[in-house]
Ligand binder design. Sequence first.
Ligand code: GRF
Length: 223
Amino acid sequence: MSSFLSDSTPSLISPWTDLRPDHPCLSVGVLASGAGSNFTALARAIQEGRLQACLRVVVYNQATAGVAQRARDEQVPAVFIDHRRFPEREPLDAMIVDTLRKHQVEWVVMAGWMRVVTPVLIDAFAGRIINIHPSLLPSFPGLRAVEQALAAGVKISGCTVHHVSPEVDRGPIICQAAVPVLDQDTPSSLHERIQVQEHRILPLALSMAARLAVSSTQPPAAH
Ligand code: GRF
């Protein structure tokens, strides 16, 4: 399957669980700072059988973040970690790693996590930490990606799910989807259109990445 998704791309790929029938639930932790619509997209994909995973915990860093209520709605523990208590990034990431491990998390999804992460977190979940970004990377990394795309006058934008590396928004791309940019678009109208695609590709990308990770560690089948 191509990792560029068109509207006709099926929203279910072969589940990774056929490779690991002994391990039917991918343990997922979500890091989020905002509204949490991508968290809900993961929860819906699990409920609808499009993603074989269990959401173990949500870590959030803004006391008023909507994701906390969404987590409660889905009966997923939500842990508030105030980044302002940590003058350095590494101790914050160490606390996050600790929290994720306490909740038996194997895969981490940064779904609107508005903090730069360090190798303390990246190495603890090496190859198992992904991020969603509202542009077609490598264009428009960093903050205000939707505004950057509008200012550049591009006619197509979209979203990207990628592995997390120390360089912000530069890790290997797992999956992308495109949306048209319309003449009358504002940042919020374009972001809204992008988010429809984010909610589609995030569960798919997680499933694809997990499947690839599991298959690369499987011994060759005996004949
Ligand atoms: C998404 O657009 C994501 O790409 C960006 O932050 C936004 C989070 O949205 N990194 P939500 O909180 O999941 O609704």
